[in-house]
Write a protein that binds this ligand. Structure first.
Ligand code: ARG
Length: 271
């Protein structure tokens, strides 16, 4: 069956105030300089690419005191037009949750939940046809899984992350086709039990190698045909093509210094 792209709606936040002044994941080294202009250009390339592919991109205003706001995926989870807000694990990012909620309130969203438990949005939630996959271990609280299941009415599969480099689910797993249960992931990021769960639920998954995972290659966005991913994860191109996808390598090297790439910058607004 030929792959088909379906038009998507994304929420992004330009990295006008991006910097690395604190470290809450192993990728972040405040001693390493960030080229802000380059970060902006790289982000704009991603933004423009989405538009060129026919997707809608809405923008969130960046806040000068919230340097990680460019990682818009963490600010909420939207499924069936319902919004589950985020609650951040680290005080440095707490303020982002309210900025997202305010955006949804002023953009016609009616069904909005302010969460009780810590969850970092699509950093730790991934939507497949049958499941809501949910990461835990570093950021989102396991208690947020029940909260999300109750709110969205979708079966949550909790997955334990064990490697600090892959602190969010979206650094280790990517949904390739959300009309089916097709994913790619890096097993080394998960506990042995979670690895077995993934192998059982997704026997046909594309299994990534360590070098591609280490290039943050799983931090990718698929529209059903095009897979936008960090360009250095070149080992994923051929396996994706074999499955009928069109890999599009993006250079987000400056944002990688914050521990994020394509997916982190992209929150999907599912109607
Ligand atoms: N510096 C950010 C943090 O550690 C990066 C977030 C990346 N976002 C993501 N969806 N994985 O929280």
């Amino acid at each position: 069956m030929p792959r088909e792209a379906s038009p998507r709606s994304y929420l992004m936040c330009p990295p006008r105030h991006f910097k690395v002044t604190y470290s809450i994941n192993p990728w972040m080294d405040p001693a390493k300089p960030v080229d802000l202009r380059l970060a902006l250009t790289q982000w704009e390339d991603l933004h423009d690419r989405y538009r060129a592919l026919g997707h809608t991109v809405s923008l969130l205003d960046p806040h000068p005191d919230l340097p990680d706001m460019v990682f818009a995926a963490n600010g909420a989870t939207v499924i069936d037009g319902r919004v589950l807000g985020a609650r951040f694990a680290h005080p440095e990012r707490t303020g982002e949750a309210e900025a997202h909620l305010a955006w949804f309130r002023t953009h016609g969203y009616r069904d909005i939940r302010e969460p009780i438990h810590v969850n970092e949005g699509e950093g730790d939630f991934a939507v497949t046809a049958s499941y809501l996959l949910a990461g835990r271990g570093f950021r989102s609280s396991p208690l947020s899984h029940d909260e999300a299941q109750e709110f969205f009415g979708r079966p949550v599969i909790g997955l334990d992350l064990i490697d600090p480099r892959y602190y969010h689910l979206d650094t280790a797993l990517c949904v390739l086709d959300d009309t089916a249960d097709e994913i790619m992931y890096y097993p080394g990021a998960f506990s042995p039990g979670s690895r077995s769960v993934l192998a059982r639920l997704f026997p046909d998954a594309l299994v990534a190698t360590e070098p591609d995972a280490a290039a943050l290659g799983l931090n990718a966005v698929s529209d059903g045909l095009h897979v936008l991913l960090p360009q250095a994860a070149s080992g994923l191109y051929e396996p994706l093509r074999e499955r009928g996808f069109e890999p599009l390598g993006m250079d987000l090297g400056e944002l990688l210094k914050g521990g994020g790439s394509v997916k982190c910058c992209t929150q999907e607004l599912r109607p």
